[in-house]
Ligand binder design. Structure first.
Ligand code: ZN
Length: 133
C-alpha cells in the first residue's frame, strides 16, 4: 500500500498528542488484516512513542520529566534556540513499528500512540506505511 500522511496540529511548545484513533482508522481503511505498520515523523524537533493513554497524567509526567532532563535554553551550541527540542526528538525517536493482526494494531490494554511535539505549536506530519503479509 502506498504511504499515507496525516497532520497533527499541536497547541503547546511541548505536548504529547494521542493519535491512536487516526492510526487505527488508516489501518482499518487499508483493509490489511495481518502485517506491519510503520509510523514515521519527518521532523527534527518532534517524535513518536507508545505509552499509557488511560490516565492523562502519565502524558503530562512524560512532558514535564523530559523538560527537566533536557531544559530549554541552557548553554547549547545550536543557535536557533531549540537545541532542547532536537535532543528530546532523538531521545524519544522518530519512528515506531506496529504489528497488525485481525485488522487492528496490536496494543496493550493501556497503550496508546502519541505524537510528541517538542517545538510547537505547529502543524506536523505523520507518515504511515502499511505492509501486508
Ligand atoms: Zn533547530
Amino acid at each position: 500500500m502506498e504511504m499515507k500522511t496525516f497532520t497533527v496540529k499541536t497547541a503547546k511548545r511541548e505536548q504529547l498528542v494521542d493519535i491512536t484513533a487516526e492510526v487505527m482508522e488508516i489501518i482499518s481503511k487499508s483493509g490489511v488484516n495481518s502485517g506491519i505498520c510503520v509510523l514515521y515523523v519527518p521532523h527534527t524537533t518532534a517524535a513518536i512513542t507508545i505509552n499509557e493513554n488511560a490516565d492523562p497524567s502519565v502524558r503530562v509526567d512524560i512532558e514535564e520529566t523530559l523538560s527537566k532532563l533536557v531544559p530549554y535554553g541552557k548553554g547549547y551550541r545550536h543557535l536557533e534556540g531549540n537545541a532542547d527540542s532536537h535532543i528530546k526528538s532523538t531521545l524519544v525517536a522518530p519512528s515506531i513499528t506496529l504489528i497488525i493482526e485481525n485488522g487492528r494494531p496490536v496494543l496493550g490494554t493501556w497503550q496508546g500512540i502519541f505524537f510528541c511535539e517538542f517545538d510547537g505549536p505547529r502543524t506536523r506530519k505523520v507518515h504511515v506505511k502499511i505492509i501486508s503479509d
